[in-house]
Design a binder for this molecule. Structure first.
Ligand code: CAA
Length: 258
């Protein structure tokens, strides 16, 4: 498949996807979401890839769902067309880690897309927000659900109800992003983090992603039980043997992803 709205490249063991609709500040339309889903699945199936980075331009990670597309939607267009659900949820099926590298605007669906990634590294220029209220609608791809879990109910209400933007420093203080870096260092730092992850044991990386995500979906005692079962299962892997042996022999581990 050739892509028109995204750029796809690999850097060693890291797959990089760049949203690329610059004239519309990477507004997320159906074509882009279809192409993004396809590219993510390709990287997920590629044994040579250990981690995925999703980024946008310097000015915008993504300024939201495409307003021109939605402007004349009827209820039936949205409901029968399964809008959003049909192609925005692909990213949740990806088993390898996906890091969002965010510069500039991450608004509405752009903020929601970043939140669907496993963690966010932000440039000092990043701005996050859920301004749908100004358009007479509400967030439609998890903003009202993921934002309170990430930054507390009070801050999520503030952002969703006032439509104000949160800068990178506030986003880091609030726990939405894991690190803030200088704009010129965004890709360097993100690729370094992705490369570090890609050198770990891939099955263990996938278990950690799965287990941390469990924390969002279940009770503490169920989650801890789930973690315990996953932890025990690592002792059936060659990579656990290699990782611990390498530590004791004071050498770097050579993981075989088995
Ligand atoms: N959809 C479609 N086009 C968009 C867009 C969007 N979400 N955001 C920006 N664009 C387009 C603009 O229409 C403009 O196109 P033209 O040059 O053809 O006029 C181009 O991108 C550049 O935008 P601006 O001229 O507005 O740039 P700016 O620097 O003055 O402002 C901005 C930047 C503050 C991000 C402003 O563009 C903006 O407010 N965008 C809309 C943000 C928004 O409301 N997002 C939520 C969308 S709804 C949603 O996402 C629902 C959901 O939960 C699924």
């Amino acid at each position: 498949m050739s892509y028109e709205t995204i750029l796809v490249e690999t850097k060693d063991k890291v797959g990089v996807i760049t949203l690329n609709r610059p004239k519309a500040l990477n507004a997320l339309n159906d074509q882009l979401m279809d192409e993004l889903g396809h590219a993510l699945q390709q990287f997920d199936q590629d044994d040579a890839i250990g981690c995925i980075v999703l980024t946008g331009s310097e000015k915008a990670f993504a300024a939201g769902a495409d307003i021109a597309l939605m402007a004349n939607y009827t209820y039936m267009d949205a409901f029968k067309g399964n809008y959003v659900t049909k192609n925005w949820e692909h990213i949740r099926q990806i088993r390898k880690p996906v890091i969002a590298a965010v510069s500039g605007y991450a608004l509405g669906g752009g903020c929601e897309l970043a939140m669907m990634c496993d963690f966010i590294i932000a440039s000092e220029t990043a701005k996050f927000g859920q301004p749908e209220i100004k358009l007479g609608t509400i967030p439609g791809c998890g903003g009202t659900q993921r934002l309170p879990r990430a930054i507390s109910k009070s801050k999520a209400m503030d952002l969703c109800l006032t439509a104000r933007m949160m800068d990178a420093q506030e986003a880091e203080r609030s726990g939405l992003v894991s690190r803030v870096v200088a704009p010129e260092k965004l890709m360097e730092e993100t690729l370094a983090a992705a490369a570090t992850i890609a050198c770990m044991s891939l099955p263990v990386v996938m278990m950690i992603k799965d287990t941390v995500n469990r924390a969002y979906e279940t009770t503490l005692s169920e989650g801890v039980q789930y973690e315990r079962r996953m932890f025990y299962s690592t002792f059936a892997s060659d990579d656990q043997k290699e990782g611990m042996k390498a530590f004791l022999e004071k050498r770097p581990p050579q993981f075989k992803n088995s």
